[in-house]
Design a protein around this ligand. Structure first.
Ligand code: NAI
Length: 442
């Protein structure tokens, strides 16, 4: 059984309430940080911990914090990205819903380190019921002296505001999120400047994912050095994985990044194997944007080693034979699933969610969906497969934000690893079409 740092108390009855959370040791990190450490010492602990951003990019959190510009007289902000929208990803939802005070606690310590007196949680509109849960937790923390003016008599002031998004995936991209928070249409900004220099209302801003902020609590409690000993290499600490698809036990699991992918899928502690005794066909281990891998490449790296559930091992081999940890949205496909159909579903999502600002993404996502639809419906030509490959190449790297890449990579990986399946659809159009009973809404 791996070590649990975030979800250990998530199922203690009543843990959503301040009283139970506090009784279970909650808010100790706030007392420790605010009363015995300077803001820079807190940042130093996060750096020592090796914590990497849990939203998907895996950028070192302490390094991001140390990039925060500190001009005299200019406010600084911490913004928590709770706009979790990556298909297959529902770990932040779980954390906020079951143990909301952990996020509030992490936000207080992180805001103190960064010098943010007004901190925002930007949460996806569809998580409406969680807004109530968070606001309740914030009110309780305030009533108990952990928020508001002069917290614990230390002179530090903090208010936390919850802002709901309106259902756009693009608003999870950090600069689109800031635009939306400012009340504008959520179009991504060109980076640099990074938010750490010019963010919310042009002020220096750190944008961190929910899980990243929550991880600050155990880091302060056990020290950065101890946290860095959990896990392996540059994959320190624990990681939440939301597992879904054709498995026996879908759910959110906290892993310490030393287990193999095979163990994660087949062990009863985690996914419990493939549902209905079927065989594993493929998996997208890090949310819909990361490349799909066929079973053989998923379980073993190109060097023949067991592939492990961590940043380095999942990306071993680059996109030729590897994939990415991403947001930890682990989507499993059994032997009956059609990769063309699956890729079409994703292409449809990215076409719908493209903000339309950059033409390669706006036009390209639409073309990819149309071509995939033709192939899946038995109207495709062999040359369509090369055309699809060509279009995704022209999107990748040619857009302001990573939505373009996120739309291109699944298509590229599907063709790279499952070209025969695309060719089968073209060669046997009737057989492919007859399977399409579930696509009436397209
Ligand atoms: P990124 O690699 O551009 O940036 C990562 C973070 O580091 C950002 O906060 C950025 O501001 C900061 N950063 C990088 N270089 C910096 C510098 N020189 N100075 C200051 N700050 C710097 O990646 P991005 O766009 O933030 O995230 C992309 C990832 O998001 C994808 O890999 C995908 O897995 C994930 N994603 C997650 C979703 C979810 O629902 N959790 C939804 C969609 C995508």
């Amino acid at each position: 059984m791996g070590r649990k740092l975030l979800l250990e108390k998530a199922h203690v009855p009543g843990i959503r309430s301040y009283d139970v959370y506090r009784r279970e040791g909650g808010y100790r990190s706030v007392e420790k940080a605010l009363k015995t450490m300077s803001p820079d010492q807190v940042t130093e602990e996060v750096k020592k911990s090796g914590l990497r951003g849990r939203g998907g990019a895996g950028f070192p959190a302490g390094m991001k914090w140390s990039f925060l510009a500190k001009p005299e007289g200019v406010p600084r902000y911490l913004v928590c990205n709770a706009d979790e929208s990556e298909p297959g990803t529902f770990k932040d939802r779980y954390l906020m819903e079951f143990i909301p005070h952990l996020l509030v606690e992490g936000l207080i310590v992180s805001s103190y380190a960064l010098g943010s007196n007004k901190t925002f949680i930007y949460i996806r509109g569809e998580y409406a019921w969680i807004v109530d849960i968070l606001e309740q937790a914030i009110a309780e923390a305030k009533n108990n002296g952990f928020l508001g003016k002069n917290i614990l008599g230390t002179g530090f002031d903090l208010e936390i505001y919850v802002q709901r998004g309106a259902g756009a995936y693009i608003c999870g991209e950090e600069t689109a999120l800031l635009e939306s928070l400012e009340g504008k249409r959520g179009n991504p900004r060109i980076k640099p400047p990074f938010p750490a220099v010019k963010g919310l209302w042009d002020s220096p801003t750190v944008v961190n994912n929910v899980e990243t902020i929550a991880a600050v609590v155990p880091i302060i409690n056990i020290t950065g050095e101890e946290y860095a000993k959990i896990g392996v290499g540059k994959s320190t600490g624990t990681k939440l994985i939301s597992a879904c698809g054709n498995i026996n036990k879908p759910g959110v699991y906290e892993i310490d990044m030393t287990i193999s992918v095979e163990e994660f899928i087949y062990s009863d502690e985690y996914c419990g194997g493939i549902a209905h005794g079927k065989k594993l066909k493929a998996c997208i281990p890090g949310g819909s944007s990361v490349p799909i891998l066929p079973a053989n490449m998923l379980l073993k790296t190109a060097k023949g080693e067991n592939r492990m559930m961590n940043y380095e091992s999942l990306s071993d081999g680059g996109f030729a034979t590897g994939t990415m940890m991403g947001s930890g949205g682990f989507i499993v496909l059994d032997e009956d699933q059609c990769v063309v159909r699956h890729t079409l579903t994703l292409a449809r999502f990215y076409r719908h969610e493209s903000c339309g600002q950059c033409s390669p993404c706006r036009e390209g996502t639409g073309w990819m969906e149309k071509i995939l639809k033709n192939i899946e419906y038995g109207k495709g030509k062999k040359s369509d497969i090369d055309l699809l490959w060509d279009i995704q190449r022209k999107i990748e790297g040619n857009t302001i934000c990573p939505l373009g890449d996120a739309a291109a990579w699944p298509v590229a990986a599907a063709i790279r690893h499952f070209r025969d399946e695309f060719e089968w659809h073209v060669q046997y159009p009737n057989a492919a079409q007859n399977r399409n009973y579930g696509l009436a809404h397209y």
